[in-house]
Design a protein around this ligand. Structure first.
Ligand code: PLP
Length: 429
């Protein structure tokens, strides 16, 4: 397998782009080597500029739930393009997408569209503060909520990959209202309420994907919601990754919990820049122009992005791929665990719906500390061997793998063959 063209573009990219990437998660810092440059993708496959084809388990970090260039999405977007790109005024498509979203999430009477998951969370947190009149927000170590100042502490995703405790450039004042708890540990939340009386709410990835996949144990979310209600604090579900992915109604539908404020991104735009936040009327009443919480956006509700979201979600709803995702993930789990056993490699596999990933560690992974016991050197070897055998994975031990409805039995077979070679390589380390 040759990477000559990627190598050349990488070197050119370094001149005017930072690390030749526009998001650090795309850098290969933790696995070594240089990032691949992509030429195109179709269905379950992605092709780099050297013509190497891979089964894609990155899927743009989640959005491409139907696989790439689904023909209905392509058609919907092409139709929208003919009418113009942006107007600075409302369009019917915003109403159509809003209805799809509010129907899927019973806790959302109204929604506001923004351009990214980060923006959705910035706004969702501001809304929680506006509604409660309180300032403090609890987050869980290892959860990632986008790159807003106040939540860039003990964060997962790229910060976990690069072993960064937080971000430079974030003033102390910006994080003084952020409290950290341990995932799956309700006591660590209760403790903060004993010490503080100005907590607006708790933000959580209801199924965490940003320290690798970590699943809420037992009734963690339900008990968390019940506890918060007794305190008059809000549950903010960051469903940027899980919305329309875990179930059409997100992790909330799957787990039977209703959040006070929900933040969405990724799948909601089907590969176009869309984020959203929403809540029941009483809460959304705070948002301008109805209320005094200000939040705006020149390109928010962009008609092309809305068309991408509408056609993606309409097709996802029609396909209802969620049982299929579970089955496929269960098959991949068995493949990973049995191959690891065959070669005597310690491995934990966490999965929930169409999100999964192996941790190169022993025991169990239910929180950030346990995730961090993983052997990232083993992951790096595994990663490159998977690449060389035609499977595109996120270049990090701490990022989820995603499934699309375009994945075929033939793809799974190919993944199994790659896993065998990769696990063998890890065992020889
Ligand atoms: C990806 C992600 C974000 C940030 O979304 P962007 O579109 O990258 O800004 C926020 N929260 C969660 C849970 C995410 O997975």
């Amino acid at each position: 397998m040759k990477f000559n063209k990627s190598q050349k573009l990488y070197e050119e990219g370094l001149v005017h782009l930072v690390g030749a990437v526009n998001s650090p998660v795309r850098a290969f810092t933790s696995v070594g080597g240089n990032p691949l440059f992509i030429k195109k993708a179709k269905g379950s496959k992605i092709t780099d500029v050297d013509g190497n084809e891979y089964i894609d388990l990155v899927l743009s970090y989640g959005p491409m739930i139907l696989g790439h260039r689904h023909k209905k999405v392509q058609k919907g977007v092409e139709k929208a393009l003919k009418n113009g790109y942006s107007f600075g005024a409302s369009t019917e498509n915003e109403i159509i997408l809003a209805k799809i979203v509010c129907d899927a999430f019973p806790g959302m009477d109204k929604v506001r569209f923004v351009n990214s998951g980060t923006e959705a969370v910035i706004s969702g947190v501001r809304l929680a503060r506006a509604f409660t009149g309180k300032d403090k927000i609890i987050k869980f170590a290892g959860c990632y909520h986008g790159h807003q100042d106040s939540l860039l502490v003990a964060a997962g995703s790229g910060l976990a990959t690069l072993s960064l405790p937080g971000s430079k450039g974030v003033p102390e004042g910006a994080v003084k209202n952020t409290l950290i708890s341990t995932y799956n540990d309700l006591e660590s939340v209760k403790k903060h309420f004993e010490d503080h009386n100005d907590i607006a709410g708790v933000i959580i990835e209801p199924i965490c994907g940003n320290m690798g996949v970590v699943i809420p144990q037992n009734n963690f979310l339900i008990e968390l919601k019940e506890f918060l209600q007794t305190k008059g604090a809000l549950l903010i579900a960051d469903e940027v990754m899980t919305g329309f992915r875990s179930k059409f109604g997100g992790a909330q539908e799957l787990l039977g919990v209703e959040a006070d404020i929900t933040c969405l991104g990724k799948v909601i735009g089907g590969g176009f820049p869309v984020g959203a936040y929403g809540a029941r009327n009483e809460i959304m009443q705070e948002v301008a122009p109805l209320g005094g919480m200000y939040q705006a956006g020149t390109l928010s509700g962009n008609p092309i992005a809305m068309a991408g979201g509408i056609s993606t979600l309409t097709e996802v709803k029609r396909q209802n791929p969620y049982d299929q995702f579970n089955e496929t993930a269960a098959i991949l789990e068995v493949i990973l665990l049995e191959t690891a056993k065959k070669y005597n490699v310690d491995l934990v596999v966490n999965r929930f719906g169409s999100m999964m990933n192996p941790f190169f560690t022993k025991g169990k992974v239910t929180n950030f500390d346990e995730a961090q016991t993983s052997d990232t050197k083993k992951f790096a070897i595994f990663f490159w061997e998977m690449i060389k055998n035609g499977v595109f994975l996120p270049p990090s031990q701490f990022e989820a793998w995603f499934l699309s409805s375009a994945i075929s039995d033939k793809d799974i077979k190919k993944i199994a063959e790659a896993v065998d070679k990769a696990m063998l390589a890890v065992s020889k380390m």
